[in-house]
Design a protein around this ligand. Structure first.
Ligand code: PMP
Length: 421
């Protein structure tokens, strides 16, 4: 598969070699790297992207969920072009940010007030800092397998470049263990930061019982509960919290909410967020030259108001559920041990695991060789996805293209059967 990939992608290889002159590994986003060298993309239109060697792909990953609107969505394009025509770096308040903020607050009832950032990473750093400042406590509880940006990543426990908080590591979906941990450390706990579905950790949904128990325990000990909905905010107009009827104290957002431009947001109840009100003598500082940049604000507002309506959100969720069911049925029928986990429009494949997948520990024995083969074979078959086997549907991928993906999955399983688990 490597040799075939190298033959097919000489220009991507040349781009990579040049990039290696000035960036470590030729890379500035570790997520995108894969062997033997990553594809260089040139353009995107609708539900497709095109690489520098001229191959077109059905875009099944949609910029890791940020490209929910597909490529060059007319409503977003129009909003961005209009903003561009008015000038980029005005250095003042605009009208689009107030509109976007009100729309976000209307969609997420637990968000009474919101502030914008440039990325989900920053949003999570700000939310945790807010909780520490508000509670006067120091400990930050996170879940093993959680990903909250490159500075708070807990796959395999932790990372040496993580922000230097005093972390307490809970086990995802372990109700008793996590509640016990929260209660044991209650008085020190500033916040509990949790993804309603582990995204980068393999598309493992939290059980409603787990999130409900964490909600109650957080309230009992006075810790701020933060839902990282940077990815799961696409599960309905009001995110996964709306689907479950569980309200966190704070929420972080990113990805598609900025219409595909650089974006992040943190928000929550009025008491916490009002700490940033600059009219207060004791206001907490929160700056950021690009926090209200006109492109993100305009694109975000256009996307939410014109394209990702509540009905569109529900339809995308249903389409993803149906696709995942078909992919799993095909694996079953082929007798291959492969599972697609996930929720709605996001899914991730795991090879070689027969039992249920409820936490990152359940993925320890996953077959990485089969995953790499799958990734490179699907590229060869014309489908762009994440090297970790993740997909995130965008609004412009059609029903026929979803069916083509299922067909390609079936063909892959049949062709590679001898080396698959
Ligand atoms: N939280 C989650 C759950 C994410 O999936 C990501 C990005 N993949 C982030 C935070 C970080 O967002 P960004 O890449 O915009 O910094």
């Amino acid at each position: 598969a490597h040799a075939r990939y190298e033959r097919a992608n000489p220009r991507s290889q040349a781009v990579h070699l040049e990039a290696c002159n000035a960036m470590p590994g030729g890379n500035t986003r570790t997520t995108l790297f894969h062997g033997p060298f990553p594809l260089a993309l040139e353009s995107g239109q609708g539900g497709r992207v095109r690489d520098v060697d001229g191959h077109a792909y059905i875009d099944m990953i949609g910029e890791y969920s940020a490209a929910l609107y597909g490529h060059s969505h007319p409503a977003i394009r129009a909003a961005v072009e209009a903003a561009l025509a008015r000038g980029l770096n005005l250095g003042g308040h605009g009208i689009a940010e107030a509109r976007l903020a009100q729309l976000v607050c209307a969609r997420f009832p637990s968000i009474e007030l919101v502030r914008f950032t440039n990325s989900g990473t920053e949003a999570n750093l700000m939310a945790v800092a807010t909780a520490k400042a508000a509670t006067g406590r120091k400990r930050v509880m996170v879940m093993n397998g959680g990903y909250h940006g490159g500075l708070m990543y807990f796959g395999g426990g932790g990372s040496p470049v993580n922000a230097p908080h005093d972390y307490l590591l809970g086990r995802y979906n372990d109700v008793e263990g996590t509640v016990a941990l929260i209660e044991a450390h209650g008085p020190e706990l500033a916040c509990i930061l949790v993804e309603p579905m582990l995204g980068a950790g393999g598309c493992i949904p939290a059980t409603p019982a787990f999130l409900g128990a964490v909600r109650e325990a957080a309230s009992r000990v006075g810790a701020v509960l933060i839902f990282d909905e940077v990815m799961t905010s696409r599960m309905s107009a009001g995110g996964r919290q709306a689907m479950l009827g569980i309200a966190p104290d704070m929420t972080t957002l990113g990805k598609y909410i900025g219409g595909g431009m650089s974006f992040g947001a943190f928000g929550g109840n009025r008491d916490l967020m009002a700490l940033y009100d600059p009219r207060r003598p004791d206001a907490l500082p929160h700056g950021g030259t690009f926090n209200n940049n006109v492109l993100s604000m305009a694109a975000g507002y256009a996307g939410l108001s014109e394209a990702f309506t509540p009905a569109a959100a529900d339809a995308l969720f249903a389409r993803g559920e149906a696709l995942r069911a078909r992919l799993n049925a095909a694996a079953n029928a082929a007798g291959i041990t492969a599972q697609w986990t996930g929720l709605g429009s996001m899914a991730c494949v795991h090879f070689g695991i027969a039992g249920p997948i409820a936490s990152p520990a359940d993925l320890a024995a996953a077959d990485k060789t089969a995953l790499e083969l799958f990734f490179l074979d699907m590229l060869h078959r014309g489908f762009y996805l994440a090297r970790r086997g993740m997909i995130a549907l965008n609004l412009m991928v059609s029903e026929e293209e979803c069916t083509a993906f299922v067909d390609a999955w079936q063909d892959f399983l049949a062709e590679r059967r001898p080396v698959l688990p």
